[in-house]
Design a protein around this ligand. Structure first.
Ligand code: ACO
Length: 334
């Protein structure tokens, strides 16, 4: 029996809306400071999309770049996997919007709702589709318009200063070379912690889904126990990286580039320290874009690829942690 093919990334793309909001801009809206934000998170600025623009519009631009790098047309794609926690509509999913924007016939499109780990969960889905032979040219995107659900008053400052809008996209095809492509994806979830980071309305648990009382209580905005999220992230991320390295009989030194979810630079520094790796072996962009959840890793990957940081046969390690809690890692031989 031949081994199932690995999924190879043949195109990457990213897109961020043009409007930049610096920490100084946020100082005008709430009681915060550039110093507090930079010191606690490493974030200097982020982008917010204008009203009327949804994550699928950002994903459309990122997808065009990824398709161009892959040398493919949108009609060549046979499956769309769309990871987002801030979908265009409650339903249908953002995959339906992107499929229509791209004009790729009646190909299927699925949404992945796994927050900041949405990209690694989506990568596992794309990899499994390709390994099974069900689909051969998969477009995987992560896209967010977080700005819509942020509380830009002092009451929401612990969360609102951290997030931004953006999109990243990948094109995956079966690899001709059995050594190259996605080597493994390891995923985990611990739903017992679902209340530590959440946006609870609109919610199908409630009737009505959103009440005046909900709005008055600010339940339309995310709530986060930042310290607890931080504590779990710095434990789970190195743990799941080690799981991937052990599975592939590699050491942390064998990895050429580390790409992390872009929540907080202190988290990423702690993970690299735990792995005994220099921070220079990672690529980060949260200083410019903040936390773009499902889009953060594919945006970093696109910058790294276009910046010449990834060469053929390099081992790239990606890892994410977020609401749920959910977390995961992926190893790719480029
Ligand atoms: N500006 C100024 N002061 C602030 C702000 C702000 N934007 N936000 C909070 N503060 C204040 C707090 O009120 C608190 O004041 P107090 O001591 O008078 O009560 C003080 O700053 C310290 O707050 P802490 O919560 O102790 O700050 P901490 O050092 O923990 O940093 C942070 C907060 C940055 C949120 C950190 O905990 C963190 O990064 N956590 C992880 C977040 C994360 O990883 N999220 C990823 C998942 S996202 C997803 O899945 C969708």
């Amino acid at each position: 029996m031949p081994l199932p093919p690995r999924a190879q990334i043949v195109g990457t793309g990213m897109f961020v809306p043009p409007d930049v909001y610096t920490n100084k801009d946020l100082e005008k809206m709430m009681d915060t400071s550039d110093e507090w934000i930079q010191q606690r998170s490493g974030i200097r600025e982020r982008r917010y999309a204008k009203a009327g623009i949804g994550p699928s519009d950002l994903a459309f631009e990122a997808s065009k770049s990824a398709l161009a790098m892959a040398g493919l047309k949108s009609s060549d794609i046979d499956m769309i996997v769309f990871a987002t926690l801030s979908p265009d509509y409650y339903f249908p999913g953002s995959g339906a919007f992107l499929q229509d924007h791209l004009g790729c016939g009646t190909i299927p499109a699925i949404d992945i709702r796994n927050q900041c780990s949405g990209f690694v969960y989506g990568l596992n889905v794309a990899q499994a589709f390709i390994a099974s032979g069900l689909y051969k040219r998969v477009l995987l995107v992560g896209a967010e318009c977080h700005s819509r659900a942020l509380n830009f008053t002092t009451a929401g400052r612990d969360v609102s200063v951290l997030f931004g809008d953006g999109a990243g996209a990948l094109v995956l095809v079966p690899s001709d070379d059995p050594e190259r492509g996605v080597m493994s994806v390891h995923l985990h979830a611990e739903g017992a912690h679902r209340d530590l980071l959440k946006l609870e309305t609109p919610a199908a648990r409630n009737w009505p889904m959103v009440s005046k009382e909900d709005l008055d209580a600010g339940r339309q905005y995310p709530k986060m126990d930042g310290r607890n999220v931080f504590k779990h992230a710095v434990t789970r991320m190195p743990e799941v990286v080690r799981e991937a390295l052990t599975h592939n009989k590699l050491s942390a030194d064998d990895v050429d580039l580390y790409l992390f979810h872009q929540a907080n630079m202190r988290i990423n520094e702690a993970v690299m320290k735990n792995l005994d790796q220099p921070i220079t072996k990672s690529h980060n962009n949260m200083d410019r874009y903040g936390n773009c959840s499902a889009a953060s890793i594919p945006m970093c990957l696109d910058e790294a690829v276009r910046g010449g940081r990834v060469k053929a046969n390099d081992v790239v390690c990606m890892t994410a942690f977020g609401a749920g809690f959910m977390w995961g890692s992926a190893l790719v031989r480029w």
